[in-house]
Write a protein that binds this ligand. Sequence first.
Ligand code: NAP
Length: 329
Amino acid sequence: MKYRSVVVTRRGGPDVFRIVEHALREPTIGETRIRILATTVSAPDIQARYGHTPFPPRIPFVPGYAIIGVVDAVGEGVTKAAAGDRVGALTITGGYAEYIYLNQDELIPVPVALDPAEAVTLILNYLVAYQVMHRSARVRSGDKVLIVGASGGIGTAFLQLGTLAHLTMFGLASRSKHHILVEHGATPIDYHTQDFVEVIRNAEPDGLNAVFDGMGGAYVRRGLSVLRHGGTLVVYGNPLSISGLGAPAGRGSRVQPAPEQEARQSVRNDGIEIQPAPVRRRLGCALQAARRTQDQTHHRKEVLSHGSGRSRCITGERPDSRQRRSGGA
Ligand SMILES: NC(=O)c1ccc[n+]([C@@H]2O[C@H](COP(=O)([O-])OP(=O)(O)OC[C@H]3O[C@@H](n4cnc5c(N)ncnc54)[C@H](OP(=O)(O)O)[C@@H]3O)[C@@H](O)[C@H]2O)c1
């Protein structure tokens, strides 16, 4: 039996994708074979495709940072998962595929009642936002915060979690996406035409409690300048795009890198009600989903969801079985 994956064949734009067929094999010792139900299409996939990340995956690789799937077969010695279990994983790569092979220790149980396309966005976007907000910045009800990149995948997770935490939010976004921020009660600032430092200093002369920064670069220094004494700026963006991190923190404020490793441990959302509202596409639409994510034309999470695509996509490429590989990535 065969399965398909979307392979990055060289560094570059979405056009470097190629659909490749692999032979399905039996899992090895400690390994599980998972039929993927949904996977995220996100900014880190793009950075990996271009090689703009500290440790880019070697070419060829299958992108896809997080998955939800069903255990299809288990190898010898597997005790933590069984065929039929619904599971999730932070895969880093390998998600743009119909099947993936993962060690049993990488899996987290996922309730079958959850929609896979919605639940998969928790593993990356919401977990980053949750950890930045509650574990790094440790926000409290009534805190005033700035979200840099508020209209994006992680940005909209911040908006939802920030509403639930009763924060006063300012957010940077292109004007065409300001309605998303307004829907969440945040004050939108157009970073193309407005000086956010000036806007925030006028609105909040005492400064903000926290800045959540997914961009880095000059935003680190400028973000620190709108913090109150003792405020916290958390940088969770790609370190290669952060030029100002070497600068000392100003006004007694803290700069914190966001912890990522705990993302492996749990997909529970602590009873919080959120509405991820992803855009669902079929695996064959990976190119279109990646293009929308890269062009920043999306304002919801793009998810490859098997069996529930809402648009019919033609990749123009035929499955290539010459590059048969046994694993997902
Ligand atoms: N630490 C971690 O574990 C982790 C995990 C995942 C992602 N990340 C990083 O988080 C960042 C965001 O990821 P994402 O998936 O949320 O990306 P995304 O969905 O593509 O969103 C990007 C956001 O950045 C905004 N933006 C673009 N250029 C900007 C500029 N010059 N100034 C201010 N805002 C700008 C966009 O605003 P408009 O579209 O409104 O213009 C959009 O809101 C990426 O750097 C990614 O590498 C970190």
